[in-house]
Design a binder for this molecule. Sequence first.
Ligand SMILES: [Zn+2]
Length: 223
Amino acid sequence: MTLFELALKKSQILTPKPVCKICFKTIKCRSLLTFFSTRPSLCQECFRSLNYSFSHSTLNGYKIMSLAEYKPPLSKLLIQYKENRDVELAPIFLSYYSGFLHWKYFGFSVVLVPSSPQKMKEREFDHLELIFKYLNLPILKILTKKDGQEQKKTSAAQRRLVYQKINITRGDTVTGKKILLVDDVITTGSTLKACLNLLKKYRPKKIEILTLMNASPLKEYEK
Ligand SMILES: [Zn+2]
């Protein structure tokens, strides 16, 4: 064995092959998809099973891009991640697209849609921060939410109350900046609208929205 072969063997032992977070099989780096992903977190078979299909819409005139429809298996994985606190799943959501999204939104600062303190305490982590940190863009944690009723249990009229529950601190940090507002799922758009209204007051240069999933594809949220 040459010195080179010995060094290669040693490096292979020291850096174990990545394992798919869904099926636990070793990820083989054999395609362009995995080649450009520095630390692939899921295998190509599982990646295909997640059925990513980008969709575009607008909300009060602001561009929204969603990576997939809200349906299993991706929706189930999100519930497993959020409700069962399976933090190991965090890197799978942006998946092989993290690099592409980094360049698409290069120059933007990320603003996370806030969770209530009660939810944060239950989960012990900010689920959006762990997902969207893979964009590798600066994150501004300036929106906060007060505790209150679970949104899914409330009527449309009560959902409007979300406006009163979200607050902004250090809003001037967005002035003149390009802002990417991110959330996991867009359903009615009411939470995102409340966030947009707060951000707009501080005159950012631009706002775009990115959501992981879209619960009503091709819907217009203008009304
Ligand atoms: Zn897999």
